[in-house]
Every structure is written in C-alpha cells, then in structure tokens.
Design a protein around this ligand. Structure first.
Ligand code: ADP
Length: 537
C-alpha cells in the first residue's frame, strides 16, 4: 500500500455549521416556540447562538466526552444544542419525552448526563423526574428569563453575554456526538452513540438526489422529532445544502402545519404516517391544498398506499417512503424514482415506489438472509432477515460489552424483507410481528396497507392472535375516522378482492389503536389486549 497524500481533515458536525454560516449565512431558520412568538433567524444567527451555547456549556463544566440531555421539541434552541454540545466534544442525549417516566429516568441515568435542558412545557415532567436523576447537576429551561420558573436556569440568560464566535476544537471524527435510545418496546431502551463521522456522512448522503435531494431553493420542515434519531438528519442535511429550515415545535396538528407550509413556503417535509393521516384529514375537511409542498418523506412504519396516492393525486405532492432505525442514524433506504422505473410509465413507477420501502443508498449495504444463513437472491420474492452494514450503522450499544453487529459487520435489523433487481427493498414484517398461520406466514404490514385504503378507516392494525387450530390467525383492529360509518361487513367486502382468501382476518374489531413513543402501532399492547379473542369465537 502507498498512503494517499491528501489531507485528513476530520468530518465534524461543527464543520456543517461553519460552512452553512459562510455559504448560506442569510438563509433563514424559522421556529415555532412554546408560548413565545415565532423565531426568525438565519444560519449566521444559528452559528452565533451555537457559539454562545458552547461557551455556556464549558462554563457549566461540561468537558469533551461528557453527556448532556435535552428534553425538547423541534425548536431553534434545541437546534442550537445540536451544534453546541457535539461542537465542543460533548454528547447530546436527546431524550424521548413520550417514553414512560421510568424509561426517561433510565435513559438519563444510563447516559450519566450532567446537564438537563428542557422545554417550558416539560416543567412538571422534570419536577416529577428530578428526585430520581442521579447524575444531573444543572437544570436549564429552554426559555427566556421572564418565562423561566422554579429553580432552573433560563437558557437565554445562560448564553447572553457569551462571545458569538468560538474556535471549534479539532476533534477525532470518531468521537461520540449524539446518544439516541431505541424506544425499548421490549426490555430497557438501548443507547446508540452516533459519531461525528457517522452524522456528517449520513447528512451528506441524506442531501443526495437518491434520498431527500435538497437544493438551496428548498424549504425543509422536519416533522419527525429532533429527539428521534435526529429527525432523520434533516437538521444537518438542510444547512449542508443551503435549504431554509422551518421548525414546527410540538404543533403537529393539521392547521398549524398548514399555516407554516403556506407562510414559509415549505417545499419539503417529513414524518411518521400518523402525522400525515391527521394532515390529510384536515386538508379534506377544509378543502385546502399545500401549494408550495413538493415532497414529503414518510417512514418509521409502513406508508399506506392510500396515503401516498392521496398526496399525489389530490395535492400533487410526491411521497418518498423511507425505512430506517435508530441504529442506522436513521437513513437506510429511500423510495426515489429512477430512469429504469420511469421508463415503465408513471403508473408503474408509482406502484413500485408506493409498495416498497425504498432503494439502496450509497453508504448502506443490504443483505437478505434466509433461515439457513444464505444470502437470498435479489428477486423481489424471497424474503428473509434484513441485515445492514455501513459507516452509519451501530457497532455496539452504549455501555454494553457485546457488539450489536456480527464480526463481519452485518447488523440484524429484526425486520423481514425482500430485495429486487433494482435494489428496492420491501419490508414484509418485523420478525416479532409476523403472523404464523398453519406453518405459513402472513404479512401484517401488507394486510394493514390494504385495509387502510377502505373508506372511513383512519388506522388499521393487524396482529396475530392465538388460534386453536392454526396456531395464530390475523385479527384486524380498525380505528375509524370521526363520524365515519364503517362496518365489519364493509371492511371484509373491501378486502375480499384485494387479498388471498386465507389471509382474511378471522375478525374485525373497532377500537382506538394504541401507539408507541415513536408513533408506531403498539402491537405488543394489542396482542395482549386481544389474545383471548379468537378462542371464544
Ligand atoms: P423503535 O423501534 O425504537 O420504535 P426505530 O425508529 O428505530 O424505533 O424503529 C425502527 C423500525 O421501524 C424498523 O426496524 C422497522 O421495523 C420500522 N420501520 C421504519 N420505517 C419503516 C417503513 N418505512 N416501513 C415499515 N417499517 C418501518
């Protein structure tokens, strides 16, 4: 080997901020806030505030390698911490406020955070948790001095008067930057410690045309939470591409999102399906349409085909499905068009894009393994365990002795999927959600997808329920739209021509569908609630 003779400048998160401030300094950053008026700044302003926050963190005694926690929404102060904490070599643990109290306490204690930054409307939550937090020494409310109550510092007071520039230290690019915990639907949440290198490479990949495809003319509004796998890296990809950034805080209802889309000219947004169910519903009721919106990225759970169709046909908005996990920073695959698909005609292309989670992206290798450990062919048919590998895939969970990935680098995602010749991946189920009926598998995702298209259905959830003869059979739980008149017979009639007969759910029940802390259908709760249901039929 002969060493290359190029510079080895580390890939650092502070580099993204410095670049954005220099190249796109006047590009806006707009943020809703909690009980405060809309915030309007730009990337130069973000860099100034992040520098002040970095000085303040040091003043609080935060050193490289230390962890600090945020309990915060998609707001500009949270964004400032996204750059300030990793910028000085500390790690930002983005706690998920939708976890149970016990789990939030677990993650903060496990992270051993010394400072807790929290949004004003988490004051009661923080007061409740504080006695159990064993390592937090400083509490900072993300608010101005006037509005800060209790013993906490005010963030604005804390950073005021600090210098507006900082010499970001030259860190090792493999240093930890973000600590994101999985939602822990089984067992304790597990910490995934993103490195600077992983975040920067992931941000560059996210901006590519095969993924989100940002240009400097885009206006990006991330509606996936900043605390959930860093909102898919949009807080990094957008500035890296010079796109304007709009942050909706916790206001994810249809009217609030629409107002921001209209007034700020949002062209790109993204989030979990539940948000878009609400938004489409709101558009339907009000007869409005998002004029400026061009692309919406949806993922976290499978995107019902009916949702993608409604966005495109009624509102001219392209849906890009994304699949990923906390363990993959989170971008795995994104469903974007290719010439090969376009050549098949628009309808065939839509069909391919709407029925698959997405396509192979540079930086993430994919492999489907059958039960005997062999690689499955990329034929779009053979399903098996989905493995991933690459520079933004987890190697080991935080403070665990064992590696999470295998010695050859492959990480088992726990999903079952197929891959086709064009590199498009389709998830058929999570390993633990697959329904095993008489030795055959039924895909709960496919069934849900069809049922979600039935008129009046808001959410469709399918779980395997113990059955005396077939081991398990599918039960369909429907949450209908307010005021919709949907019957079991209507749902079964709708399904009949669209699915193979033996997949027909053994019963259809109407109930509110429980969601997890990351907005997914909580199948564990559903399985528990309905486990006796078929034994009595
Ligand atoms: P958690 O498991 O903590 O809720 P993650 O966001 O890490 O949070 O979940 C990752 C899992 O979400 C994936 O393994 C997959 O099962 C599911 N998922 C994500 N995106 C999609 C998608 N587009 N279609 C189907 N499942 C998805």
């Amino acid at each position: 080997m002969i060493p290359g003779l190029m510079q080895t400048t580390p890939l650092l998160i502070s580099g993204i901020l410095t670049y954005a401030a220099q190249a796109h300094g006047s590009r806006e950053v707009v943020s809703k806030r909690i009980d405060e008026p809309l915030w309007r700044s730009d990337y130069a302003g973000l860099a100034r505030h992040a520098a002040q926050a970095a000085h303040a963190l040091r003043r609080l005694g935060v050193e490289p390698g230390d962890r600090v926690t945020s309990l915060a929404w998609n707001t500009h102060r949270h964004l400032e911490l996204f750059y300030a904490a990793p910028g000085i070599g500390a790690v930002l643990h983005t706690a998920n406020p939708r976890l149970s109290d016990e789990q939030i306490v677990y993650t903060i204690n496990h992270a051993e955070s010394s400072v807790l930054f929290f949004e004003r409307n988490f004051a009661a939550l923080v007061e409740r948790l504080a006695p159990q937090l064993t390592t937090v020494k400083t509490f900072v409310m993300l608010s101005d001095a006037e509005r800060t109550q209790g013993d906490a510092f005010s963030y604005e007071t804390l950073i005021a008067g600090e210098p507006e520039t900082v010499d970001w230290p030259l860190l090792d690019e493999n240093a930890g930057a973000f600590l994101c915990y999985t939602s822990g639907t089984t067992g304790d949440p597990k910490g995934v410690l993103y490195s600077h290198r992983a975040v920067v490479l992931h941000a560059m990949a996210g901006g590519l045309n095969s993924a989100f495809g940002f240009t400097a003319f885009d206006v990006a509004m991330p509606c996936s939470s900043l605390y959930h796998a860093t909102a898919w890296g949009v807080p990094f990809s957008a500035p890296l591409c010079g796109a304007k950034l709009v942050l909706p805080a916790d206001k994810m209802d249809g009217a609030s999102l629409h107002e921001l889309i209209e007034t700020e000219g949002v062209t790109f947004t993204g989030g979990v399906p539940t948000i878009w169910t609400m938004y489409l519903d709101w558009l339907e009721k009000t007869g409005r349409t998002p004029e400026t919106l061009k692309r919406v990225v949806i993922g976290g759970s499978a995107v019902p085909r009916a949702m993608a169709e409604a966005f495109k046909r009624r509102h001219g908005v392209q849906v890009l499905q994304i699949w990923g996990m906390t363990e993959t920073c989170p971008i795995g695959v994104v469903a974007t068009p290719t010439p090969a698909l376009a050549a098949l005609g628009e309808e065939a292309m839509d069909e391919a894009i709407w029925t698959r989670q997405g396509r192979l992206q540079f930086g993430i290798e994919l492999r489907i393994e059958t039960e005997d450990g062999q690689e499955a062919p990329w034929d779009g048919e053979t399903s098996g365990a989905l493995l991933v590998r690459g520079p933004w895939v987890v190697r080991r969970y935080f403070r665990k002795d064992e590696d999470a990935a295998r010695a050859d680098g492959w990480f088992d995602t726990g999903d079952i999927a197929t891959l086709d010749a064009n590199g498009f991946m389709r998830i058929t189920d999570r390993q633990k959600d697959v329904i095993k009926s008489g030795g055959e598998w039924i895909s709960s995702i496919d069934l849900e997808n069809v049922a979600a298209g039935c008129p009046g259905v808001k959410v469709a959830a399918v779980v395997g329920v113990p059955h005396p003869k077939w081991e398990e059979r599918p039960l369909l739980v429907i949450e209908a739209h307010d005021g919709a008149d949907v019957s079991k017979a209507a749902v079964l009639d709708y399904l009949a021509p669209r699915i193979v007969k033996w997949w027909t759910p053994d019963d259809v029940v109407f109930a509110t569908v429980p969601l997890t802390a990351t907005g997914k259908i909580d199948k564990k709760v559903l399985r528990e609630a309905w486990r006796e249901h078929l034994s009595g039929l």
